[in-house]
Write a protein that binds this ligand. Structure first.
Ligand SMILES: [Zn+2]
Length: 442
């Protein structure tokens, strides 16, 4: 405790020194707030959080003394969580048509979606497969501040075998090691944040055909090649045995939870020991679309889009969804079993809607995971999935100041993450009233 106090006062001193050195360094103090820092630690009432520039400078369990004139936000009765991170999205505007096989570049399609994510408190996303020139342009535009968007991380292009899952919607097909190295070099030149492979033989559907897989020896070599270049890997997988093989090939993460069979104890133990992280993607199994009429969906997703989703093949309208949702109880059990076994789970939707990230956390809680850990999955664990946990994902000194101020306690009811008072990205308050979302169209 004493050590904590010393650490905090030292940080404040550094800040004060910072003021003298750089007269413009902006400060912001959020005081008397209930802090839920994203690490899974118990909420702290009456906390103070000091931001200097775009980073958290100090966090205190009580009041903080700060430079005179520091702007203050009264957090009384409010709850502060880190900015929400979705570890599995596909930014719209890069692909279109049947099977997403036509590659396009339509930022006018993607930007309103990104503004909707920001409105809903999602401050970072990992794009799990897209049209490489489009997604890298969007990432560059976000980093340069040219668009209002969550921080964008991306695989650039995913790696698939000929005719395999994801091959033909902007994916990169690899034939053998020499071919793979040449193509990975081209992708590395575009700086992937986390490289995705696919390992799927069922086609993820009731009529699932036998899809080819990348030979495991080739995947092992290419994962090692990525690691040699400092690039972590994630794998689309839906079955235990294929996940186990990918894990033994050195994969760092999985783009989905296990959908098609039961995660057994041996597998869970191996996954926990390997430290692999699963992206949850539970909203994929939602056939009941009543949640699309909840306030945050209405505020951020245009009515025509919500209507289209209700009858689309991915939700209520097809054999595909009916089949997937019939697996719902088993999938819920799997995720809880992995969680109980000490496997790290990151919140991810595979849906690319801000409100859906909240829905995903609700499903995690429905599966039996405590709200405080569902929040960790939607913040620190999702940052770890992407590999940016040193910079993002929790409210701790030194990290980028992405955070969401809520008007009700999300540890009592996870649905309260949707009751948003303010969103901050890089220490700056997002002007939610100016974002291109239905809530602002009068
Ligand atoms: Zn996906």
């Amino acid at each position: 405790m004493i050590q904590n106090v010393l650490k905090i006062s030292l940080l404040v001193c550094v800040c004060v020194y910072g003021v003298q050195a750089h007269a413009q360094a902006p400060f912001l103090l959020i005081e008397n707030v209930t802090l839920i820092d994203g690490t899974g630690a118990a909420p702290v009432e009456g906390a103070s959080v000091l931001i200097e520039g775009n980073r958290f400078a100090a966090v205190s369990k009580g009041p903080l003394s700060v430079p005179a004139g520091t702007p203050r936000v009264d957090g009384t009765g409010k709850f502060l969580i880190p900015g929400i991170i979705d570890s599995h999205v596909h930014v719209p505007g890069g692909r279109t048509g049947p099977g997403n096989r036509t590659l396009v570049s339509q930022p006018e399609v993607g930007i309103p979606v990104m503004e909707g994510l920001l409105y809903a408190g999602v401050t970072a996303v990992y794009d799990s497969g897209n049209n490489a020139p489009y997604i890298t342009m969007m990432r560059a535009d976000e980093r340069a501040g040219r668009i209002r968007s969550p921080r964008i991380y991306t695989t650039v292009s995913l790696i698939a075998p000929p005719e395999g899952h994801g091959c033909c919607a902007g994916g990169t097909v690899v034939h053998d090691y020499a071919d793979g190295v040449e193509k990975l070099d081209a992708i590395f030149a575009m700086k992937p944040d986390l490289l995705k492979f696919t390992r799927e033989r069922r086609g993820m559907g009731p009529m699932g055909r036998n899809m080819p897989l990348i030979p495991i020896d080739l995947m092992t070599q290419l994962v090692a090649y990525a690691h040699d270049h400092g690039i972590r890997t994630t794998v689309h997988v839906s079955e235990v045995e294929l996940a186990r093989e990918a894990m033994q090939a050195g994969a760092d993460a999985f783009a989905h939870t296990i959908y098609l069979d039961a995660a057994n104890a041996d597998f869970a133990k191996e996954a926990a020991a390997a430290g692999v992280i699963f992206s949850s993607t539970m909203t994929r199994i939602e056939a009941d679309t009543a949640f699309l009429d909840e306030p945050l969906f209405v505020a951020t997703v245009p009515e025509a889009t919500r209507r289209a989703i209700k009858v689309s093949e991915r939700f209520g309208g097809s054999a595909y969804t009916g089949w997937l949702s019939s697996l719902r109880p088993a999938i819920m059990q799997n995720i809880k079993f992995l969680y109980d076994s000490g496997v790290t789970i990151a919140m991810g939707t595979d849906r690319t809607m801000g409100a859906m990230a909240h829905q995903e956390m609700e499903i995690l809680v429905e599966a039996g995971i405590p709200p405080i850990d569902a929040i960790r999955m939607g913040t620190l664990n999702a940052a770890a999935y992407i590999g940016v946990e040193a910079e993002l994902g929790s409210i701790e000194p030194g990290k980028l100041a992405d955070m969401v101020l809520l008007t009700a306690d999300p540890t009592v009811d996870i649905h309260n993450t949707t009751l948003i008072d303010a969103v901050y990205k890089g220490g700056k308050r997002v002007d939610r009233s100016s974002l291109d979302v239905p809530a602002n169209q009068h």
